[in-house]
Design a protein. Structure first.
Length: 126
């Protein structure tokens, strides 16, 4: 596969997470969302982490930046209310998506599991 640049000279988004997500779907025989729910989000009780959310949660959504700090323009990384064309950790604008959305308690639970050797509040995290 040809490279866009020499290793270490530039940083670019890639489709590697898209390819890995599809590979997981084929091997597991289920969607990436179903696989991640079973293997990563279920045990630590991350019930509100997904590739998109319903309109009932619109008032709970936050962006990394409300506005670009240099231009002041509104920033929206991806529309968390739209089901993505492809579930993956990447993809960018060309696939109408850029990853997962989660509520703060879910993110805190993930952090606790990641730093507690696989357990949090006496639960197995994976």
């Amino acid at each position: 596969m040809p490279l866009l640049c020499q290793p270490g000279t530039e940083w670019n988004y890639s489709r590697s997470t898209d390819i890995l997500g599809r590979l997981i779907e084929v091997v597991a025989g289920k969607t990436l969302a179903a696989f991640l729910t079973r293997t990563h989000f279920g045990a630590p009780a991350m019930a509100e982490t997904a590739f998109h959310t319903g309109s009932e949660n619109a008032d709970r959504l936050a962006e990394a930046f409300a506005a670009d700090p240099w231009t002041g323009e509104k920033v929206q990384l991806f529309n968390m209310l739209e089901k993505p064309a492809m579930e993956s950790g990447g993809g960018g604008a060309h696939l109408n998506h850029d990853g997962l959305c989660a509520v703060l308690p879910d993110a805190a639970q993930w952090a606790a599991c990641s730093t507690a050797s696989g357990s949090s509040a006496a639960r197995r995290c994976n």
